[in-house]
Design a protein around this ligand. Structure first.
Ligand code: FE2
Length: 218
């Protein structure tokens, strides 16, 4: 059975961009439901990882299982890709951003445009390939870039209405702009960027029975 991963920070840590109220709904209701439905659909199966469940559901055309398992994964990744301690990219990731987008403002513009342009529910991602090439992509509903192979997610922002409606109502653009300025966890992003190029391990959903990481303050 997969467990709902705890948030790596307090519910209020992302305020004012994302309120504690939104985080309670988003994590304790939406994310929890995706994890529980995945477990229900798996019945007595004992998968080794959520990643393998997602892969197999996709290739078998099991849309309901894919949607719930991928949403369980995407949300856990999303929580880790944010921090209440605003920072800036540095080192090789900063250089790659400058190379691909001109500068951080260029990435922000592209990321916000992509998220605003995503029709309906979905996700805006920064991804990297094995050569370190960065790309901004969007996926619909539960879609994730890893499906297509070769693209390792570096950052993500949830652009489903449930992610921002309580705090920003219909202003998805305002949410994305504020999100980009305050919440990306650039240290997590740097680890993902390094993993994309074959060094170290990219983030994985906690395996069944794995111990939950300790909650961090902030
Ligand atoms: Fe969400």
């Amino acid at each position: 059975m997969f467990e709902l991963p705890a948030l790596p920070y307090a519910y209020e840590a992302l305020e004012p961009v994302i309120s504690g109220k939104t985080m309670h709904f988003h994590h304790d209701k939406h994310h929890k439901a995706y994890v529980e439905t995945t477990n229900t659909l798996l019945k007595d199966a004992k998968p080794a990882s959520l990643e393998s469940v997602i892969r197999e559901a996709k290739s078998a055309g099991n849309t309901k299982l894919f949607n719930n398992a991928a949403q369980a994964w995407n949300h856990a990744f999303f929580w880790n890709a944010m921090t209440g301690q605003a920072g800036k990219p540095s080192g090789e990731l900063a250089a790659a951003i400058d190379g691909a987008f001109g500068d951080l403002a260029g990435l922000k513009q592209k990321f916000v445009e992509a998220g605003v342009g995503q029709f309906g529910s979905g996700w805006a991602w920064l991804t990297a390939d094995s050569a370190g090439k960065l790309q901004v992509v969007t996926t619909h509903d539960a879609g994730m870039p890893a499906e297509d192979g070769g693209q390792v997610p570096v950052l993500v922002c949830d652009v489903w209405e449930h992610a921002y409606y309580l705090d920003h109502q219909n202003d998805r653009k305002g949410f994305l702009e504020a999100w980009f300025d305050a919440l990306p966890n650039w240290s997590f992003a740097a680890t993902q960027f390094t993993a994309a190029r074959g060094q170290g391990q990219a983030w994985r959903f906690p395996a069944p029975g794995a111990e939950q990481p300790l909650k961090r303050a902030g």
